[in-house]
Design a protein around this ligand. Structure first.
Ligand SMILES: *Cc1c(COP(=O)(O)O)cnc(C)c1O
Length: 351
């Protein structure tokens, strides 16, 4: 079975080998304040820095999931003036988790760029934190790195928080255009779920509410990370696997180019077959997840037939649950996987 579900998705190659290695090395029985764990954490942080090409002064933290980051940002920046800018289910959920801070929301249409003019009218310049979703996995829209740069330039004061769950480690990020980035590892990292990665600028660190007493408050996470430890007993296997998987990957620029090229070819392929995309404007489509719109009946039929061909298509999500399907284009997918999915669709459409 090849999973094109946008998370959990196909896992990275050789993961079975790394799991066996973790078992054999005994790291899974080590206490999370032991030198063995601290060494693993040190190594994994260095690998992330190197492979994702992070700015030197940005910090990396381990958390449990992207959803947890919604909670952490609400708690550890409590009392700040938040503005949530979104166009789909994940961005909206983030703002819902943040009701305690009574945020301003700006919902932009699926087929349009974010309007800086409208952001300005809503008071973005005076906000403390702007929250955005780099790839809205639910409806497969994409915020272009140039758009992030423009937002940063136009609104230099607020911190910019970015949910990069279905793009981190798949696409090259312009890290400096954001202050706090996060992702779960079951998307582009090609790992089993249960671990999240958060990346933080010095400016975001300087504004943490140090009085936050939740177990997963960002200030404790940071203080522990300085000792190469975590606030709680973390997902040690996940951290071990993350380190191994990233170590064996090419640099992020190469991955970025590969995924974008493959997405362009895939779009062309489906267009030729007469399929319609969820996102009409090509520039606003995520290079990591393709959303295709069709009838409810056809979605059901395609999913059933795909299964018979050992292919898992991703369900639609939220408003698009029944009338769309999604295809992940993550680093763990190979060109051979894409040949298989294309052969399947050629067969179905009899071309
Ligand atoms: C998958 C996803 C999430 C949720 O991830 P969890 O690991 O379930 O917390 C949040 N945001 C985006 C954009 C996602 O794609």
């Amino acid at each position: 079975m090849i999973s094109f579900y946008p998370g959990p998705s196909k896992i990275a190659p050789d993961l079975d080998k790394y799991m066996q290695e973790a078992y054999d090395e005994g790291i899974l029985s080590c206490n999370h304040r032991s030198p063995s764990f601290m060494q693993l954490m040190e190594e994994c942080l260095l690998t992330i820095r190197k492979k994702l090409d992070l700015p030197k002064n940005y910090e990396v933290f381990f958390v449990s999931s992207a959803t947890e980051c919604w909670e952490i940002t609400a708690q550890s920046y409590h009392g700040k003036k938040f503005m949530h800018i979104y166009n789909g289910a994940f961005g909206e959920k983030w703002s819902k988790y943040n009701q305690v801070n009574d945020p301003i929301t700006y919902e932009f249409p699926l087929h349009k760029n974010i309007s800086l003019h409208q952001l300005s009218q809503l008071g973005a310049a005076d906000a403390d934190i702007l929250c955005l979703t780099a790839c809205e996995t639910s409806n497969t829209t994409f915020i272009h790195p140039k758009t992030f740069q423009k937002i940063k330039k136009r609104f230099p004061n607020p911190l910019i928080f970015i949910d990069a769950t279905s793009s981190m480690s798949g696409l090259r990020m312009d890290w400096k255009s954001g202050d706090l980035w996060y992702a779960s590892v079951q998307k582009c990292f090609g790992l089993p779920s249960g671990l999240g990665v958060m990346i933080c600028s010095p400016k975001a660190l300087s504004k943490i509410n140090k009085k936050d007493t939740h177990y997963n408050n960002l200030w404790s996470i940071y203080k522990n990370q300085q000792k190469r430890q975590t606030t709680h007993t973390p997902n040690i296997l996940g951290i071990y696997l993350l380190n191994k998987v990233l170590q064996h990957r090419p640099d992020i620029t190469t991955i970025d180019i590969t995924l974008k090229k493959r997405m362009k070819e895939t779009e062309k392929f489906f267009k030729k077959l007469g399929y319609e995309f969820l996102v009409p404007v090509s520039r606003l489509r995520s290079p990591t997840v393709l959303g295709i719109k069709t009838s409810k009946e056809k979605v059901q039929l395609l999913k059933k037939l795909a299964k018979e061909h050992q292919i898992t298509l991703g369900n639609g999500y939220g408003a698009w649950k029944e009338t769309s399907f999604r295809i992940a284009n993550f680093p763990a997918h190979t060109d051979n996987d894409y040949d298989k999915i294309k052969d399947f669709f050629k067969k179905i459409e009899k071309v």
